[in-house]
Design a protein around this ligand. Structure first.
Ligand code: IPM
Ligand code: MG
Length: 359
């Protein structure tokens, strides 16, 4: 098969992790006889430096015309003093919105080989950790009005959080449908004891739940959910929540499975291409040192093969190659125990690419 993939390397460790994701894609091409045509486009800090705009029109056009988009990470201290609407992150939010990517899937799974890398106690890990965070991605406080007014000394800032029923309903459906092919449990996370948006969220969630009588459903307040994630993460199957809660809880979810470097994500719309990126950021402090972990990005390639390119066997192969590498003891700096051999980002990528040809 022939497929077109838009590639955004991004900033910080973005280029190096994308290099390893492309190596994995090459290996898939060779093993399965596909042809992936990649087009590199700019977004984030790199785009600000090149053309003065975090999301050039051409980038969105190329992305929308592709079968899928692969992204590294954007942002860094270099652009931190820019006004909010000109920062690299604005490019990321713009591309999510511009492509209509309302559903962000972030799977958190503790691999037995990495149980030691989890900061949680062994008996908590022993119950297994395997859940999916379904994060609403183009609504809520990220996309409400942002404004700072007043003179220094009496300044005031506001960020508006708004949700409409239709936005809530469609993400809830994604969660319930995901649960049906997993362990049939949905936990909807909100702050309904304080926020109106959450009370509406909960009312809509309860309505949608009635359409899925085969799926167990519960509501949970976000503070409790943050606590349950470290107390007993094995209880979760699918956790669905609004944009900012999902941002925060998915970082927590990633850490309990060993490292934020391990978690991939898929951002999907009603139809059209999806966007695939690791959930971690651009980690400018380790850029160029070889310490980055490419696994989250390579697993994002697996999600891309599965959700946008219609290649489930190829996706399984990439995931099996990652599992095999980790089971054989391959570790990057973030997951190695003291005294263990540490692979560079590139060495890890080469190891996985080689296994894609063999497993
Ligand atoms: C993420 C990131 C982004 C977000 C930032 C970089 C804007 O933290 O994808 O989780 O908050 O959505
Ligand atoms: Mg985040």
């Amino acid at each position: 098969m022939e497929k077109s993939i838009a590639v955004i390397r991004g900033d910080g460790i973005g280029p190096e992790i994308i290099e390893e994701a492309l190596r994995a894609l090459d290996a898939v091409e060779r093993r399965f006889g596909h042809s992936f045509n990649t087009s590199e486009v700019l977004m984030g800090g790199a785009a600000i430096d090149a053309v003065g705009n975090p999301l050039p029109d051409e980038t969105l056009t190329v992305c929308l015309a592709s079968d899928a988009v692969l992204l590294g990470a954007v942002g860094g201290p270099k652009w931190e003093s820019l006004p909010g609407d000109q920062r690299p992150e604005k490019g990321l939010l713009g591309i999510r919105k511009g492509m209509g990517l309302f559903a962000n899937l972030r799977p958190a799974r503790l691999l037995p080989a990495l149980a030691d890398a989890s900061p949680l106690r062994a008996e908590i890990c022993a119950a297994g950790i395997d859940f999916l965070v379904v994060r609403e991605l183009i609504g809520g406080i990220y996309f409400g009005e942002h404004k700072t007014t007043g003179a220094p000394g009496s300044r005031q800032a506001i960020d508006v959080m708004a949700y409409g029923e239709a936005e809530i309903r469609r993400i809830l459906h994604v969660a319930f449908q995901s649960a049906r092919v997993r362990r049939s449990k949905v936990c909807s996370v909100d702050k309904a004891n304080v926020l109106d948006t959450s009370r509406l969220w909960r009312a809509v969630a309860e309505e949608v739940a009635k359409e899925y009588p085969d799926v167990a459903f519960e509501n949970m307040l976000v503070d409790n959910a943050a606590m349950q994630l470290v107390r007993n993460p094995g209880q979760f199957d699918v956790m669905v929540t609004e944009n900012m809660f999902g941002d925060i809880l998915s970082d927590e979810a990633s850490m309990i499975t060993g490292s934020i470097g391990m978690i991939p994500s898929a951002s999907l719309g009603e139809n059209g291409p999806g966007l695939y990126e690791p959930i971690h950021g651009s980690a400018p402090d380790i850029a160029g040192t070889g310490k980055a972990n490419p696994v989250g990005t390579i697993l994002s390639v697996a999600m891309m093969l599965r959700y946008s390119l219609g290649m489930p066997a190829e996706a399984d192969t990439v995931e099996a190659a990652v599992d095999t590498a980790l089971a054989a003891g391959a570790r990057t700096a973030d997951t190695a125990k003291p005294g263990e051999t540490v692979l560079t980002c590139r060495q890890m990528g080469e190891k996985i690419a080689q296994l894609i040809q063999e497993v």
